[in-house]
Each structure stands twice: as structure tokens, then as C-alpha cells.
Design a protein around this ligand. Structure first.
Ligand code: C2E
Ligand code: MG
Ligand code: MG
Ligand code: MG
Length: 284
């Protein structure tokens, strides 16, 4: 690139950048009122027991159907909510809805716990246990049917304050899963200190797991196998995320991973379609 074209690029780029910036501000405004306008709802992605291939859990994933912006990915709006003080409200909405829905399928005879993702900011006020207990009481859901997904990086911050909230929730029967395991900067110390029940092995390791393939896959295979052994030794369960094909599924079964999630098994679906999956399983 010549100096001249770089300079031109900079001149041309500015208005575009301002557009982007304006769009972002508009999106924040819109997100602020999304809950009240019923634009936010949940998708459910089942989790399968790898021995029986029965559904043994389900993850609630936030969805935003915006009037102005159409479908917005959580990879976009969750960080926006986090950066703009909206994640507490959004997080409470997700918790309330997930607990209410879970209570409903339990009443229909489906004994399936629900998992909800947490953001770091939701642990910063120290109010999370109180909020969760309030929501459980209001929905009538027993705490053992709620699992909270946190990430490794959340365990590295302000340890004392976070540990005590996790312990309070744990004591009441709420379980925890470490999401995207293997991708955060972490010091594995926390695994022995923290009573997480589940490690969710990140999709980046699970993809291309084929033992017989190239060097890259072989390394992923070894990593996942090692994580499963480590987890078993520590008394933790393992869930593989992002299973996209049958080979991967079979490999995971062969190395005794406990559960799996992924497009090959089921994409995130509406609550209605989740019921259909539960019913289909019944009639098999
Ligand atoms: P996550 O919790 O790790 O969720 C897994 C993501 O991977 C989901 O994306 C899911 O749709 C996608 N996925 C599942 N199986 C497959 C597969 O086989 N292949 C591929 N390529 N992708 C798969 P989604 O729904 O877009 O969510 C992205 C992230 O946004 C979540 O990652 C989570 O960190 C965050 N998120 C979603 N809902 C919430 C929420 O209610 N609260 C918070 N704090 N974060 C949320
Ligand atoms: Mg998750
Ligand atoms: Mg994940
Ligand atoms: Mg993630």
C-alpha cells in the first residue's frame, strides 16, 4: 500500500465509522427498551447424555428480535448490555423466564434441569444470590433444577466476593458449570477450590476431533481426552460443546465424555420445539 492510498482510505473511512458509531448508540437505546417491548426471548438448546443419548439438560440462550435491527446475535447484544449497564436487567429476565419454563416442563413430567449463562457483571453487586432465591421462590422451581454457567475469567476476578456468592448459591442446591472451558486465562487452582459440578469443553477443541486426521485434530483429541480424565479425577462432569457431526459424537462417547451439545444433536430451538423434542423422545 502506498502512502497516498493509506491517506485516502483514512479520509474515506471516517464517515463510515461515524455511521457505525451512531448505529451502536441506537442499538443501545433500543436494547434498553427491548425487554419491555417483548423483543427478548429464550431459545433452548438440549444437552444429551452420551451413554443413552437421552436429553439430560437444556441451556437457555437469549434472543433479540429487534423492531429496528432485526435479529441481533447475542455475540453482539450481550457485550453491549454488559458495557452499558443493561446486563443485570437482561440477566434477571433470562433467569425468570428460564425458571418459569423449567417449572412448567417439570409439571408435565419432564425431569430436566435448566442452565442459564451469567455475565461477570451480575456477580459484581453481590446481590445475585438474593435475586436468584427470589426468582426461584416466585416460580416455585427447586434450586437443584437450576444450573448457572460461568466462565473461567469470572473466577479470576475479586475471588472472595465471587466465591462467597457461589458458595451461598451452592449451599442451597444450585449447581455451576464452567462454560467455554479451556479458552480463558486461568490458573487451574480454582478447580480444586471451586465446587463446580460441570466443565463445558469449548467448541474450539471439540471441532475437528477426529483421531485419525491431521496433527491439529490429534492435538484437539488429546486435549479433550485429557480434560475428561482430569474432570473425572476431580469428580466433575464433562459436557462437550459444538458437536457438529457423527464422528465427533462417537469419539466423545469412546473417551467417556458425559454429555454433549451441538448442531448435530439439536440447534437452539423455541420452547415449543423443545417440547416436541421431549415428546419425541418419550415415544421412542
Ligand atoms: P455459550 O454459552 O457458550 O453458548 C453456546 C453458543 O454456541 C450458542 O451461541 C449456540 O447457539 C452455539 N452453538 C451450539 N452448538 C453449536 C454447534 O454445533 N456449532 C456452532 N458453530 N455453534 C453452536 P449463541 O446462542 O449465539 O450465544 C453466544 C454466546 O452468548 C453464549 O455462548 C453466551 O456466552 C452468550 N449468551 C447467550 N445468552 C446469554 C444470556 O442469557 N446471558 C449471558 N450472560 N450470556 C448469554
Ligand atoms: Mg453457555
Ligand atoms: Mg460455551
Ligand atoms: Mg461462549
Amino acid at each position: 500500500r502506498s502512502k497516498l492510498s493509506r491517506k485516502n482510505a483514512a479520509l474515506l473511512y471516517q464517515p463510515q465509522w461515524q455511521d457505525e458509531h451512531r448505529k451502536k448508540l441506537e442499538m443501545i437505546q433500543s436494547l434498553r427498551s427491548a425487554i419491555d417491548r417483548n423483543e427478548l426471548f429464550l431459545a433452548y438448546q438440549p444437552k444429551y447424555d452420551l451413554a443413552s443419548l437421552a436429553i439430560n439438560g437444556v441451556e437457555a440462550l437469549a434472543r433479540w428480535q429487534s423492531k429496528e435491527f432485526g435479529w441481533v446475535s447475542p455475540a453482539v447484544f450481550i457485550p453491549l448490555a454488559e458495557e452499558n449497564g443493561l446486563i443485570d436487567d437482561l440477566g434477571l429476565f433470562v433467569l425468570k423466564q428460564a425458571c418459569k419454563d423449567c417449572k412448567h416442563w417439570l409439571e408435565k413430567g419432564y425431569d430436566i434441569p435448566v442452565s442459564v449463562n451469567l455475565s461477570a457483571a451480575q456477580l459484581s453487586s453481590g446481590m445475585l444470590p438474593e435475586h436468584v432465591f427470589g426468582i426461584l421462590a416466585a416460580s416455585g422451581l427447586s434450586p437443584q433444577y437450576l444450573e448457572l454457567e460461568i466462565t473461567e475469567s469470572m473466577l479470576m476476578q475479586d475471588q472472595q466476593a465471587i466465591d462467597s456468592q457461589i458458595e451461598t448459591l451452592n449451599e442451597k442446591g444450585i449447581s455451576f458449570a464452567i462454560d467455554d472451558f479451556g479458552t480463558g486465562y486461568s490458573n487451574l487452582h480454582y478447580l480444586s477450590r471451586f465446587k463446580a459440578a460441570t466443565l463445558k469443553i469449548d467448541q474450539s477443541f471439540v471441532r475437528q476431533l477426529d483421531e485419525s486426521a491431521d496433527n491439529y485434530s490429534l492435538k484437539n483429541y488429546s486435549l479433550v481426552k485429557g480434560i475428561v480424565v482430569l474432570a473425572k479425577t476431580l469428580g466433575l462432569t464433562t459436557v462437550a460443546e459444538g458437536v457438529e457431526d457423527k464422528n465427533t459424537l462417537n469419539t466423545l462417547r469412546a473417551i467417556n465424555c458425559d454429555s454433549a451439545q451441538g448442531y448435530f444433536l439439536s440447534k437452539p430451538v423455541t420452547l415449543e420445539d423443545f417440547y416436541v423434542a421431549l415428546q419425541n423422545q418419550d415415544s421412542e
